[in-house]
Ligand binder design. Structure first.
Ligand SMILES: Cc1ncc(COP(=O)(O)OP(=O)(O)O)c(N)n1
Ligand SMILES: Cc1nc(C(=O)O)sc1CCOP(=O)(O)O
Ligand SMILES: [Mg+2]
Length: 224
């Protein structure tokens, strides 16, 4: 398999330690009702966050669009990229900054044709170097590997090693995102391996002292 043929030793073009500091990429909970808008604002005001992904499941586009409106405003006011999960057409309708595509969510080339050159298009690549290179060739702006740790947010069936981040970041400039069960206590190994972003849901929204406290804790471990 091509993944095995391209193992360490093939090339060592970039040092992961020379990359820009790792940044936070927040994933929404499945329920963004109630006081979620205030919680999002508190999280974004607690420290730098690069992106927020609206990840709602089982709702029609109209309902998601209604939920998105105040959250997009909060992100725009703070210059945080607003990424829509799964749906290119919804990202287009909302004027979002980008879309995140799983392996079954559509082709990045088609997403680019619809969303234009400035859209941020991310692609899930599980634990696969092959999928990551395919996504790069298809014009993705970032690729995501995961799930690095057990997570209760989603059923997962892939468990990459942190070394996949080192492999990617030595060979390619395109950013890589690490996702899955990431907390302030376990993130450092992914940062040191070369993750450009850590994508986090439960460790932020489920933090017992609230999302702002979680953001502050993450800031302490994101430096290289
Ligand atoms: C940043 C990021 N990485 C991976 C995923 C997972 O996407 P997908 O495989 O399409 O699964 P769902 O999130 O749609 O359940 C993601 N959303 N974001
Ligand atoms: C949405 C998602 N995708 C994953 C993948 O492996 O592709 S893991 C995951 C859940 C991320 O949430 P938490 O930070 O709570 O584990
Ligand atoms: Mg998806």
């Amino acid at each position: 398999m091509i993944e095995d043929e391209l193992d360490p030793g093939f090339a060592d073009l970039f040092d992961p330690q020379d990359r820009a500091p790792c940044e936070l990429y927040l994933i929404s909970p499945l329920d963004v009702g109630g006081d979620f808008a205030d919680r999002l604002a508190a999280a974004l005001d607690a420290g730098p966050v690069a992106a927020f992904q609206l990840r709602l499941k089982g709702h029609d586009d109209h309902a998601i669009a209604r939920a998105a409106e105040p959250l997009m405003k909060i992100c725009a006011e703070r210059e945080v990229a607003f990424i829509v999960n799964d749906s290119v057409s919804l990202a287009k309708r909302l004027g979002a900054d980008g879309v995140h595509l799983g392996q079954g969510d559509g082709d990045p080339r088609e997403a680019r044709a619809v969303l234009g050159p400035n859209a941020q298009i991310g692609v899930t690549c599980h634990d696969s170097r092959h999928l990551a290179m395919e996504a790069g060739e298809a014009g993705a702006d970032y690729i995501a590997f995961g799930a690095f740790f057990p997570t209760s947010t989603k059923e997962t069936s892939h468990r990459p090693e942190p070394s996949i981040l080192s492999w990617w970041s030595r060979l390619f400039e395109m950013p890589c995102v690490a996702i899955g069960g990431i907390t302030p206590a376990n993130a450092k190994v992914l940062v040191d391996a070369g993750a450009d972003f850590v994508a986090v849901c439960n460790a932020v929204w489920g933090h017992e002292q609230g999302p702002a406290a979680a953001i502050t804790e993450f800031q302490g471990v994101l430096g290289r």
